[in-house]
Design a binder for this molecule. Structure first.
Ligand code: NAD
Length: 493
């Protein structure tokens, strides 16, 4: 594919300063599908200055929320107009099954519409009167955009993760630089084309493709960037915290997880099979909120394990563009090796492997891994504690609610959790006892633009989506007036 070797800076398609590109690979067959522009230091500088000037000159932030909303709705419309093209690119780049890619693209469009509506509402609530205990004073709290934002995103939901950051940042009045993951840059570049088509003012959205370890620190340490919004791994999140500390930058982090799914003895077995499987095998398990460790009550442990084994073996594996495929390849060789190594460690340590555990037969090319289930996983084993980010689920039995909650909470992560039982009071109790940012009752994974998203502990800082996502890109200013004619009295009497 041609046309992915330029950067989108200040409204122009620009060749990277050193004319460097890197390859994008189709993970289903390991062929090169595109050459992507690799930004260098001069490009970072150009993009930051473009965003800075667009912000400082008020090109974007001085528009009304209603005016910004018009652009955001236009982006949503263009995304929908290009649904099939964008979803196909996502499958080619990331490997996910096509129907899941269509969900992502539709969700991305909805996200732009949602934040367009919030941008309009900002016009009504930009300033809020504050009641003060001293009648001589009046005060308002005023919301203002943070400034120039930098959005660094991962490869698991490429356009959707871009939407989760670009839409609220633009709605708030920020200008920004989007840095997609090197494995999946295609739809971010398409977003640049959409910005060009709808005539988003130059410099408001800049797109820098490139190698994260090279240009990432240049962005996160840049003094002209006010805000860094990052989704990705915990180690890179920690690096970003360190580099942002130099200028005490505003940061928000969406990091990894090892989320638990607690299944009680009164659960409907077939519903449990459906949600446990969806919770770990959709998007090939490359989901930060995946419920990758499952606690099953001992009374139904053997029966449910046996059903999960049968159904996991029935999942159709293949190229995401083929009909009925539910499990595509992992995103790249690095992730494939990482997942297979994690599985091998479990096997070597004698953790019972119920099914899967290898590349499926007949797949000589591509990064395919079978749906994999480990049972009776020891609580101190890496399979139970470390994020694998692949189609690998670890299962343990439990006896009591207290034991299950304590086990689920023993984690450095706190992104999500799920609980299943016919006893809704019990579900609500457990959901409130788990230390995580997202809790599902009698399901796992459904995600809504309107609801807050983010983690406790090492799963991150801040919340995306909903009105919380907009707050990420807003500062709050206090303006207090002294309205009395008499002296204040500290000096003059
Ligand atoms: P990653 O951390 O390697 O990369 C994420 C992004 O950071 C990419 O764009 C990459 O180019 C960039 N990057 C790499 N090094 C950088 C540096 N030193 N400075 C700045 N940017 C840098 O993660 P990944 O492999 O792309 O994604 C997988 C991880 O992301 C998993 O751990 C997963 O849990 C997490 N994730 C979390 C969420 C969430 O919502 N919490 C969503 C998706 C993925």
């Amino acid at each position: 594919m041609q046309g992915y070797d330029k950067l989108f800076i200040n409204g122009q398609w620009t060749a990277p300063s050193h004319n460097k590109t890197f390859e994008s690979i189709d993970p289903s067959n390991e062929t090169v599908i595109a050459h992507i522009a690799a930004a260098g230091q001069p490009d970072v500088e150009l993009a930051v200055q473009a965003a800075r000037q667009a912000f400082d000159h008020g090109i974007w932030s001085t528009l009304t929320g209603k005016q910004r909303a018009t652009y955001l709705h236009a982006i949503a419309t263009e995304i929908r107009n290009n649904l099939k093209h964008l979803a196909t690119l996502e499958v080619l780049d990331n490997g996910k099954p096509y129907p899941e890619a269509e969900w992502d693209i539709n969700d991305a469009a909805d996200c732009f519409d949602f934040y367009a509506d919030l941008a309009e509402k900002l016009d009504q609530n930009t300033e809020q009167d504050i009641a003060l205990p001293d009648a001589r004073f009046s005060s308002v709290a005023r919301k203002e955009p943070v400034g120039v934002a930098c959005a660094i995103i991962p490869w698991n939901y490429p356009l959707l993760m871009a939407a989760w950051k670009v839409a609220p940042a633009l709605a708030a009045g920020c200008t920004l630089i989007l840095k997609p993951a090197e494995a999946t840059s295609l739809t971010a570049i398409e977003l640049g084309r959409i910005a060009e088509k709808i005539q988003l003012p130059a410099g408001v959205l800049n797109i820098l493709t490139g190698i994260g370890s090279e240009i990432g620190p240049l962005l996160t340490e840049h003094p002209d960037i006010d805000k860094v919004a990052f989704t990705g791994s915990v180690p890179v999140g920690k690096d970003i915290m360190r580099s942002a500390a130099q200028q005490v930058k505003n940061i928000s982090l969406e990091l990894g997880g090892k989320s638990s799914f607690i299944v009680f003895e009164d659960s409907d077995l077939e519903a449990a099979v459906e949600w446990i499987m969806f919770g770990i095998f959709w998007n090939q398990g490359q989901v930060c909120s995946a419920t990758s460790r499952v606690l099953i009550h001992e009374d139904i442990y053997d029966a449910l394990l046996s059903r999960l084994k049968t159904e996991a073996q029935n999942i159709k594996i293949g190229n995401g563009l083929e009909a009925d495929v539910k499990l595509g390849p992992l995103v790249n060789q690095k992730q494939y090796n990482h997942v297979l190594n994690a599985i091998q460690r479990g096997i070597d340590d004698g953790v019972p492997l119920i099914t899967g555990g290898k590349c499926p037969d007949g797949f000589e090319k591509g990064y395919f891994v079978e749906p994999t289930i480990f049972a009776d996983v020891p609580e101190n084993h890496p399979l139970w504690n470390e994020e694998i980010f692949g189609p690998v689920v670890s299962i343990r039995p439990f006896k009591t609610e207290k034991e299950a909650v304590e086990s689920a909470n023993r984690s450095i992560f706190g992104l999500a959790g799920a609980v299943m039982s016919k006893d809704i009071a019990r579900c609500n109790r457990v959901a409130r006892a788990l230390r995580a940012g997202i809790l599902w009752i009698n399901c796992s994974q459904p995600t809504f633009t309107q609801a807050p998203w983010g983690g406790y502990k090492q799963s991150g800082i801040g919340r995306e989506l909903g009105e919380w996502g907009l707050e990420n890109y807003l500062e709050v200013k206090q303006i207090t007036s002294y309205n009395a004619s008499e002296p204040w009295g500290w000096y003059l009497k």
